[in-house]
Ligand binder design. Sequence first.
Ligand code: UTP
Length: 235
Amino acid sequence: MLIVLSVGGSILAKELKPDSFLVYAGALKELAKEHDLVVVTGGGVAARDYISVARSAGANEVECDYIGIDITRLNARLLISALGDAAYPEPPKDYKQAQEVLSSGKIIVMGGVIPGQTTDAVAAILTEYLRADMLVIATAVDGVYSADPRKDPKAVKYETMSAKQLVNTVMTTEMKAGSKSPVDPLAAKIIERCNIETIVMEGSDPQNVLRAISEEKDRSGEIKGVYLGTRIVGQ
Ligand code: UTP
């Protein structure tokens, strides 16, 4: 299978330490024995810090987005360093470059592409463009909730939802550079438009990501793993 994995900077670079990159790299190498992999890295706290300073210094939202993109690409480079020979050495700068280097047989790692979106959208667009079999969004929250669980105690987690439900749930998210939601609204629209099989899950332990993928592959229509966040199935 060809799998596109969006790894949030909030889990990969929660603190800027080599270990989190090395542990992820180890799991990705395991996964790459069975699957082709394209990994999109997020910017995490560093992106938000840089964006906040830039905004206060007078940058507009597009300028802030470009700063965010740079940070996501730095995280891609750190993951490439941790992967060594298993990774394609350069993060592709756009979707076409990603397609061109796919035949290298290496793990492709890249960051953001253009302003106005997050790396979830990059991953969703890549999934469609590269005709990948599955999109996995590994993030700091354990799935998609009916409302923000930090603000609404009645919020419930969806185990399975349609892409349309996902769109309706995330559409209220602010579109500012650096804003937070489990899946960005553009990514949700792409998932809906292209009917992409998607898992949104808490990904701080990459072994859980591996388990979720193998379980999804052998799926009997039943959700078994507690580590599995939300499955987006059907339009
Ligand atoms: P992220 O994808 O990291 O956003 O991009 P995030 O939702 O904060 O994800 P986590 O925290 O890593 O899980 C960081 C910022 O970079 C810009 C946006 O401003 C985004 O908020 N960006 C990223 C773009 O403008 N275009 C891209 O293609 C990617």
